[in-house]
Design a protein around this ligand. Structure first.
Ligand code: ZN
Length: 340
């Protein structure tokens, strides 16, 4: 009887899951191609609260953001946490292991462009199906981390992607500010258009969750300043959500960026940039040039609009369709949402 009473008391006193970190693998069975697994760390807080998912490494050679996701795990003190944080530091293991930029080399598909995945699809689709069900579906908030890939000289920024749902959009803005990156790109999303919800953030938004994207780091570098920026940003978001006690940060002075335009290579060429990431450019200004395989110049490449270079190609290799530069319009302040 005493034992039963003790068991009952313990059941009441203890949370469903004792606080701490569990390190697991999401197993993805073989299908038309090979089986794989995805590393996950789940931090169970001492108190109940919301669930935040941190996704990283959909592009497996975006190292700074992958290292930031790993590094933040031991910085989240489960004893002081309210709620749960699910960290997926490297979604695209094959990209990391084979140093294949942008794609999963197993099936040559994007692991940030095929949500919600498919249980009977190729490896990318099977992985995303599991992440959609086991991670995103369980989260209230999704933080999707990226940086400039090996071929992208990117300046740090967050995306505030708006759906037109005022409650969802205002929380996302608070979390973008809490993330602490001082350049915010404002985008509008139509969650009813399936073509717009294939990314992790777009898919999460279409489920009514709050989702932000943050990018810091570039061209295979692992600068501590970029990694720290993202780590501190994640902790800032957890503080803003009341899941961790954090000192109130100084207000962020934001540079707002709007619609962006890309210039892509139309054939296989050599590429040379003549402006840096973050440069403010005018439409028509030369921002780089292409050359042939003998090193003879082919043509200047010009800015497609007035604005800021959010990222510019960082390597000479450029293939037909490769992004050479992205220029985003500078905004005085965000315009109201409008259906894209
Ligand atoms: Zn990325």
């Amino acid at each position: 009887m005493r034992a039963l009473l003790l068991a009952l008391l313990l059941a009441v006193a203890l949370p469903a899951q004792s606080p701490g970190v569990t390190y697991t693998r999401l197993e993805i069975a073989a299908g038309s191609d090979s089986a794989t697994w995805v590393p996950v760390a789940t931090i169970h807080g001492a108190k109940s609260g919301r669930t935040v998912a941190v996704l990283s490494g959909a592009h497996g050679t975006e190292y700074a953001s992958i290292l930031a996701a790993q590094a933040v795990i031991p910085r989240i003190d489960a004893a002081k946490l309210s709620g749960t944080v699910i960290v997926v530091p490297l979604i695209n293991r094959a990209s990391f292991e084979r140093m294949r930029v942008h794609m999963n080399p197993v099936d040559e598909k994007s692991m940030n462009g095929n949500y919600p995945g498919k249980a009977t699809g190729t490896q990318t689709e099977r992985v995303l199906d599991v992440i959609a069900r086991d991670v995103i579906a369980k989260a209230d908030v999704v933080i999707d981390l990226h940086n400039g890939d090996i071929d992208e000289n990117l300046r740090p920024y967050s995306y505030w992607t708006r759906t037109g749902n005022a409650a969802q959009d205002s929380v996302a803005l608070e979390l973008c500010r809490a993330m602490g990156l001082d350049h915010i790109i404002v985008r509008n999303l139509d969650v009813k258009n399936p073509a717009s919800t294939r990314s992790a953030s777009g898919y999460a938004l279409s489920l009514g969750k709050v989702a932000i994207v943050a990018a810091a780091g570039r061209w295979a570098r692992t600068d501590v300043s970029d990694i720290r920026l993202l780590e501190d940003g994640i902790l800032g978001v957890l503080g803003q959500l009341g899941m961790l006690q954090r000192a109130k940060p100084a207000p962020l002075r934001v540079t707002w960026l709007g619609d962006d335009a890309r210039v892509r290579a139309d054939s296989n060429v050599f590429w040379s940039a003549v402006v840096d990431r973050g440069a403010r450019v005018k439409a028509g200004q030369a921002i780089g040039f292409t050359s042939d395989y003998w090193g003879r110049k082919i043509a200047d490449v010009r800015a497609p609009k007035d604005g800021m270079v959010t990222f510019i190609r960082s390597v000479p290799s450029a293939w037909a369709g490769a992004t050479l530069v992205t220029v985003a319009e500078l905004l005085v302040r965000p315009e109201p949402w409008k259906k894209p």
